[in-house]
Structures are given as structure tokens and as C-alpha cells.
Design a protein around this ligand. Structure first.
Ligand code: HEC
Ligand code: HEC
Ligand code: HEC
Ligand code: HEC
Ligand code: HEC
Ligand code: HEC
Length: 415
């Protein structure tokens, strides 16, 4: 009885120790769970992004590989919660790091839990493993053909394969026929049978056979059809258009890393129709001081100062361009409608080279006007009367979309 009791105790202690060890070790293990990565991305973007990137140095060091180079995961946790404290405590690693970044000291994140930090590390690990994708398109690509390239390469490969197989078939058939002929020649055939065996299949008879004519006609028609369709879809549609600009201006650096407000440069967006492209004067607010960039050195910024000195405008290549028959107003959308720039222009703050993100067709405008609710709290008096009419017509619970204030009327968008 007592023996049983002690062995049971031993068993439980073992289980307990095992559970403890495995729980602490799994807490130090960087998760690959998508939920953890997602949570980490949120925390990183909200707290760390202004100073850190995963693969490049920004204000602070690149975070890739930090779990291996820092003294331990626990060290990372303590450091993030209180960098000034760690540095002041004389911790060698922290002080070495600080030497490189003086006088910038990382802010303390005392409110972050261990779990939050593990999630950030999970995000960093996942991002580290990501293959860099080529998100910069150097040449104009009308009709979004870039997305199709992979598909048609595959099609070409399949077509070549089919042709090779067909050729092999023809050769085998020819071999079969000649050996059959030899075989039949050895038999005693009468005249009529001999004529059948030796009836000549000439090139001419093959070319004029109905099967051959059908195949050729089909191929020609299919090719023609594909070209027509491709061209139809490409007319006037410039999605993905990303021309090279005279100066390698990067939205990723200015709007992304430096977080300059879009409206600081595109001053027109809140005022009226055009967002406007900034004049050299706006660039000079900063570039009379900043003469060198990390990526391009002095070469690109010199063009700004030269243009300013010579009083010449920079000849930016226009990317977005509606035909003259259509009317689009930025202030209406950004100020009155409260639509974010990125909804229409995509993640501009991540683009080294601006690329047209949306189709900019009439169908694109109409589609959004059908789907988007009007935020009537923004301009209550303005919408009051319209809301009343809407409620009388469709009931007070009916959604109030852009189409309900006339967003589908031809004359609103066409002069
Ligand atoms: C105000 C800018 C700033 C912010 C915000 C910031 N850091 Fe830092 N971070 C730094 C600097 C600068 C260093 C280098 C040490 C120093 O000088 O304090 C650093 C160092 C680190 C290190 C050590 C890197 C190494 O190479 O060993 C880690 C880990 C780290 N930061 C994680 C984070 C995380 C996670 C966040 C967000 C919760 C964050 N940092 C937010 C500026 C920042
Ligand atoms: C420091 C000034 C600056 C800031 C900040 C800035 N831009 Fe720009 N933007 C420019 C310049 C210069 C161009 C013209 C060169 C180019 O296309 O890269 C431009 C071009 C554009 C274009 C393409 C215009 C065309 O030709 O059709 C769009 C769209 C745009 N910016 C949107 C944004 C958005 C959205 C933001 C904020 C996230 C932003 N910009 C922040 C300077 C700026
Ligand atoms: C509802 C969609 C939409 C939103 C939101 C939007 N834009 Fe535009 N943007 C357009 C269209 C469409 C054009 C092309 C206009 C034209 O050719 O007349 C354009 C053109 C531009 C241009 C080229 C110059 C010009 O004015 O024609 C810039 C720069 C620009 N937008 C910046 C911005 C910025 C910055 C914001 C946010 C503050 C913004 N846009 C918000 C749809 C939008
Ligand atoms: C609010 C300040 C500010 C304004 C306005 C501004 N820049 Fe910059 N720009 C910077 C800073 C800071 C850098 C240095 C970033 C770095 O270290 O590379 C920079 C870097 C650059 C670079 C070099 C990028 C590299 O890494 O080599 C170019 C080119 C440039 N800016 C063009 C422009 C143009 C064109 C305008 C006007 C449309 C403009 N900038 C407006 C702050 C500004
Ligand atoms: C991302 C959604 C979105 C897209 C895309 C969009 N719009 Fe709009 N549009 C709105 C919203 C929201 C309003 C309502 C603003 C308000 O509250 O008055 C609006 C209002 C308008 C109005 C005023 C309607 C009225 O009756 O007062 C016009 C004109 C207009 N848009 C033209 C266009 C054109 C032209 C395009 C395409 C080039 C376009 N819009 C693309 C969201 C969009
Ligand atoms: C929300 C804005 C909007 C409304 C409402 C609208 N259009 Fe358009 N329409 C556009 C835009 C933007 C273009 C240019 C887009 C392009 O070239 O693909 C366009 C282009 C056209 C074109 C020229 C097509 C072409 O291939 O060049 C015609 C015709 C046209 N619209 C007729 C109409 C008629 C008729 C109505 C009313 C039933 C109407 N539109 C309502 C925005 C609108």
C-alpha cells in the first residue's frame, strides 16, 4: 500500500516536472502558428514599425535574426520592456548595441506582455523567411498583362509538348505502315488488293483532306479570337502602369518610412478636383538641408536643387489619367466621402515607383457607388433632406448608398 503510494507520488512528480519543462521550453520557442504571426504583425505595425524593419536597418537595427544574436529570448523580453533600464544596468550586449545607435535610445514598452513579444518574434521570423517579391514593375504594362505572363508561359510549354507527342505519333504510324506493306507484299494478293495496299498517300492528298483543313481553320480562328479579346480589354485600361520618373522619388521612403502626410505634398486633395503634384518648392523645404539619400547618394537629390536653382519644373510622368469626358473630384471623395487614398490608389506608402492600382473604368466607379454606404454623421445637415426622401421612398432601414444621392446619374460624372 505504502509502496504503491510512493510510486504514485514519484509518477505524479515526474509528470509535473515534465509538464513544467515542456511548458517553459515551448514558451521560449518561436511560434509558426499563423494566428500568432498575425497578432505579432499587428503589434509590430502599431509599436515598432516607425523604428524597425525586419530585413533592413531603419532608426533601430533590422530585427531579422535577433533571436539568435541576442543573449536569450528572456533578454529580448526584458530589453523591450525597458531598454533604458537595461542600458543603465551595464548589460554588455545592450551597451554595445547602444554605442552604435547613440543618442537614439529605444522607447520602453512596459505594457507589452511576454506573449505579445513572442508574437512579434513569430512575425519577424515569418517575414524573415519570406522570399522577396518583385513588386516593382519597371515598364508600362497595359491591360495588366503582367499577371497573365506566368499562365501563357505554361500554355506555350503545353503546346510544345503536344506538338512533340503528335510528331512521335506520325513517325510511329509511318513505321507501322511500311512494315505492314512489306508484310502484305509477301502474301499472295490479287490485283485489286495490291492496288489498295499501294494506294499512294501523297503530301497533296493529306493537305487537301477535310480533317487537315478543319484543324488549320480552327487554329487560325482561335488565335484571332484571343488577340481581339486581349486588345479589347486593354483599350484605355492602364492598370499596373508604372512609368520611370525623371527623379527616383520613392513614396516608400517619404510616405512610408518618414510618414509624411500625403496632403503635405498633394495639397489639392482637400480643395478640389485635382490632387496636384508637388512643386520643387515643397521638396526644397527639406532638401535644402538633406543632400544625400541612403539609396541613391547625392545624384537624385542634386536634380532637385538644380531644378530649383534654374527655376525649372520637374517633368514628372503622369500615371493616372481619366479621359476628358469624365469628371472626378478628389475633395468630394476624400473630404466629403471620407474615402482613404489607399482604397483607390493601393498601398502607395509601400511603392518605390508609383503604379496604377485600380482599373479607373466607369464600371469601377459605379461598382463602388453601388456598394459604399454614405457616412451621414460627417455632414449631417447636408444629408438630412436626402435621407428623408430616401426613407419615404425605400423605408428608413434601407441602406443609404452613394447611388441613393445620385451617384449613378450620367450627368454627375460626364460633362
Ligand atoms: C523610437 C524608436 C524605436 C521603437 C519605436 C522601437 N525600437 Fe527597438 N530599437 C531601437 C533602437 C535605436 C535600438 C538599438 C538600441 C538602442 O539604441 O536603444 C533598438 C533595439 C531593439 C532590439 C535589439 C536588437 C538587436 O539587434 O539585438 C530589439 C529586439 C528591438 N529593438 C525590438 C523592438 C520591438 C519589438 C519594438 C516594438 C514593440 C521596438 N523595438 C520599438 C529603436 C526603437
Ligand atoms: C514628399 C512628397 C510626397 C508625399 C508625402 C506623397 N507624395 Fe504622392 N507623389 C509625389 C510626387 C513627387 C509624385 C510624382 C512622381 C511619382 O509618380 O512618383 C507623386 C505621385 C503620386 C501619385 C501618382 C500621380 C499620377 O501621376 O497619377 C499618387 C496616386 C500619389 N502620389 C499618391 C500619394 C499618396 C496616397 C500619398 C500618401 C500615402 C502620397 N502620394 C504622399 C510626392 C509625394
Ligand atoms: C475614390 C477614388 C480616389 C481616392 C479616394 C483618391 N484618389 Fe487620387 N485619383 C483618383 C482618380 C480617378 C484619379 C485620376 C483623375 C483624373 O485623371 O482626372 C486620381 C489622380 C490622383 C493624382 C494625380 C494628379 C491628379 O490630381 O489628377 C494624385 C497625385 C492623387 N490622385 C493622389 C491622391 C491622394 C493623395 C489621395 C488621398 C488624400 C487620393 N488621391 C485619393 C481616384 C482617387
Ligand atoms: C518632409 C521632408 C521631405 C520632403 C518634403 C521631401 N523629402 Fe526627399 N527625403 C527626405 C529625407 C529625410 C530623405 C533621406 C532618406 C534617406 O536616408 O534615404 C529623403 C530622400 C530623398 C531622395 C533620395 C532617396 C535615397 O534613398 O537615395 C530623393 C530622390 C528625394 N528625397 C526626392 C524628393 C522629392 C522629389 C521631393 C519633393 C517632391 C522630396 N524628396 C521631398 C525628406 C523629404
Ligand atoms: C472607393 C469608392 C469610390 C470610387 C472607386 C469612386 N467613388 Fe465617387 N463617390 C464615393 C463616395 C463615398 C461618394 C459620396 C461622397 C458624399 O458623401 O457626397 C462619391 C461621390 C461621387 C460623386 C458625387 C455624387 C453626388 O451625387 O453628389 C461623383 C460625381 C463621383 N463620386 C464620381 C466618381 C467617379 C467619376 C469615379 C471613378 C473615376 C468615382 N466616383 C469612383 C466613392 C467612390
Ligand atoms: C460614377 C461616375 C460615372 C457615371 C455615373 C457614369 N459614367 Fe460613364 N464613364 C465614367 C468614367 C470614369 C468613364 C471613362 C472610363 C474609361 O475610359 O474606361 C466613362 C466613360 C463613358 C463612356 C465612354 C466609354 C468609352 O469606351 O470611352 C460613355 C459612352 C459613358 N461613360 C456613358 C455613360 C452613361 C450613358 C451614363 C449614365 C447611364 C454614365 N456614363 C454614367 C464614369 C461614369
Amino acid at each position: 500500500m505504502i509502496k504503491n503510494f510512493t510510486s504514485a507520488c514519484k509518477f505524479f512528480i515526474l509528470v509535473f516536472v515534465f509538464a513544467f519543462v515542456s511548458s517553459t521550453s515551448s514558451a521560449q520557442e518561436i511560434s509558426t502558428d499563423p494566428a500568432a504571426i498575425k497578432a505579432g504583425e499587428g503589434i509590430f505595425n502599431a509599436n515598432c514599425k516607425s523604428c524597425h524593419k525586419v530585413k533592413e536597418k531603419l532608426v533601430g537595427p533590422a530585427l531579422a535574426g535577433v533571436d539568435e544574436r541576442a543573449p536569450s529570448i528572456d533578454w529580448i523580453k526584458s530589453f523591450i520592456k525597458n531598454p533604458p533600464g537595461m542600458i543603465a544596468s551595464g548589460d554588455a550586449y545592450a551597451n554595445n548595441l547602444y554605442k552604435d545607435y547613440k543618442p537614439t535610445m529605444m522607447t520602453a514598452f512596459s505594457s507589452l506582455k511576454d506573449e505579445d513579444i513572442m508574437n512579434v518574434l513569430a512575425y519577424v521570423k515569418a517575414k524573415e523567411a519570406e522570399v522577396p517579391k518583385d513588386d516593382v514593375i519597371k515598364d508600362p504594362v497595359p491591360g495588366g498583362e503582367n499577371t497573365e505572363a506566368g499562365g501563357s508561359d505554361l500554355l506555350n510549354l503545353v503546346a510544345i509538348g503536344v506538338v512533340i507527342v503528335l510528331l512521335l505519333l506520325v513517325v510511329t504510324l509511318a513505321l507501322l505502315i511500311s512494315s505492314l506493306k512489306r508484310f502484305l507484299d509477301q502474301k499472295n494478293l490479287n490485283e485489286e488488293e495490291k492496288e489498295v495496299v499501294h494506294s499512294p498517300i501523297t503530301l497533296k492528298s493529306a493537305l487537301s483532306s477535310p480533317a487537315f483543313i478543319f484543324i488549320v481553320a480552327f487554329l487560325v480562328a482561335a488565335l484571332g479570337f484571343k488577340t481581339v479579346i486581349n486588345n479589347l480589354f486593354a483599350i484605355g485600361v492602364q492598370q499596373g502602369y508604372a512609368p520611370k520618373q525623371p527623379i527616383a522619388f520613392s513614396h516608400k521612403i517619404h510616405a512610408g518610412d518618414l510618414e509624411i502626410d500625403c496632403k503635405y505634398c498633394h495639397v489639392g486633395v482637400t480643395k478640389g478636383k485635382s490632387a496636384t503634384i508637388p512643386s520643387v518648392n515643397i521638396c526644397m523645404n527639406c532638401h535644402n538641408q538633406i543632400k544625400e539619400g541612403a539609396q541613391t547618394g547625392a545624384s537624385q537629390i542634386k536634380q532637385i536643387t538644380d531644378a530649383y536653382a534654374n527655376n525649372e519644373p520637374i517633368k514628372w510622368v503622369r500615371i493616372h489619367n481619366l479621359p476628358d469626358l469624365a469628371y472626378f473630384n478628389h475633395a468630394q471623395h476624400v473630404v466629403v466621402g471620407g474615402v482613404e487614398c489607399q482604397t483607390c490608389h493601393g498601398p502607395i506608402q509601400e511603392m518605390e515607383v508609383v503604379k496604377q492600382h485600380s482599373l479607373l473604368t466607369m464600371g469601377w466607379c459605379i461598382d463602388c457607388h453601388r456598394k459604399t454606404d454614405i457616412d451621414t454623421t460627417r455632414n449631417a445637415e447636408y444629408y438630412d433632406k436626402m435621407l428623408k426622401i430616401h426613407a419615404e421612398k425605400k423605408g428608413s432601414k434601407a441602406p443609404f448608398k452613394v447611388e441613393d444621392i445620385g451617384g449613378l446619374e450620367c450627368s454627375k460624372c460626364h460633362y
